[in-house]
Design a protein around this ligand. Structure first.
Ligand SMILES: [Fe+2]
Length: 227
């Protein structure tokens, strides 16, 4: 099996008080872990067993007969990115390479927050909120249920779980309070910047590579800003 068991990048209580220990224990063990175990049971002994997680998602999404397996695999991937989209004492405006691209796409942090918040509140039912790299720019979008933008060719940078199980113990049904807490106290911009830098290093995205070099040269940034 080429897919590693899910692991959280911090301890269950490390995000308190923004997210309670109970929420993370319940979320990790009763949701992601269950999806992982069910996925494992479905691929064990089959030719799918040798695939990486992202390839398993792409292959099963195209086959209606494997839709349940796609859901479990996508939920494992989505939660992996979600855990890494948060960190203790996170939150606030973008930093690093992500900051340059947020400024380019949204203008200000406040506009980014407004679009992120509005998109979350407009989404009906369970799903995910994403910051992705699409066609040379950042985009905010949602997917329903276990949907993942990986299968649309987007590069997921940050994920926010919009299922009620992610916030009900702490905020009951107040999704807006949960999204606000994520933005102000949890969001981990390092994860987005790291993925963007990898894209630039792989020269898949020359425009990012230019910004990565600029970010590495402090003198070049003095006086910089919106073009
Ligand atoms: Fe979840």
């Amino acid at each position: 099996m080429n897919i590693e068991s899910p692991a959280m990048p911090y301890n269950f209580a490390d995000l308190e008080p923004a997210i309670s220990r109970d929420t993370l224990v319940f979320h990790f063990l009763r949701h992601q872990r269950v999806c992982f175990d069910r996925m494992l049971a479905m691929v064990r002994g089959t030719e799918l067993e040798s695939l990486e997680l992202t390839d398993l998602i792409r292959v099963t999404e195209r086959n209606p007969a494997q839709h349940m397996l796609y859901r479990y695999a996508a939920e494992v991937y989505n939660h992996n990115l979600y855990w890494n989209s948060m960190r203790p004492r996170g939150g606030g405006p973008a930093t690093g390479l992500a900051a340059e691209l947020v400024r380019e796409r949204f203008g200000t942090h406040e506009r980014f927050v407004r679009e992120f918040t509005d998109t979350a509140s407009a989404h009906f039912g369970s799903g995910w909120l994403w910051l992705v790299w699409r066609g040379g720019t950042l985009e905010i979008l949602t997917t329903s249920n276990a949907g993942t933008p990986l299968v649309r060719g987007d590069v997921p940078l940050l994920a926010l779980d919009l299922w009620e199980h992610a916030y009900y113990l702490d905020h009951q049904n107040r999704r807006g309070a949960y999204v606000k807490t994520f933005l102000e106290e949890l969001i981990n911009w390092d994860t987005a910047s790291r993925t963007l830098a990898e894209l630039g290093n792989a020269e898949q995205q020359p425009r990012i590579a230019v910004r990565a070099r600029a970010a590495a040269e402090p003198v070049a940034r003095v006086g910089g800003g919106m073009p």
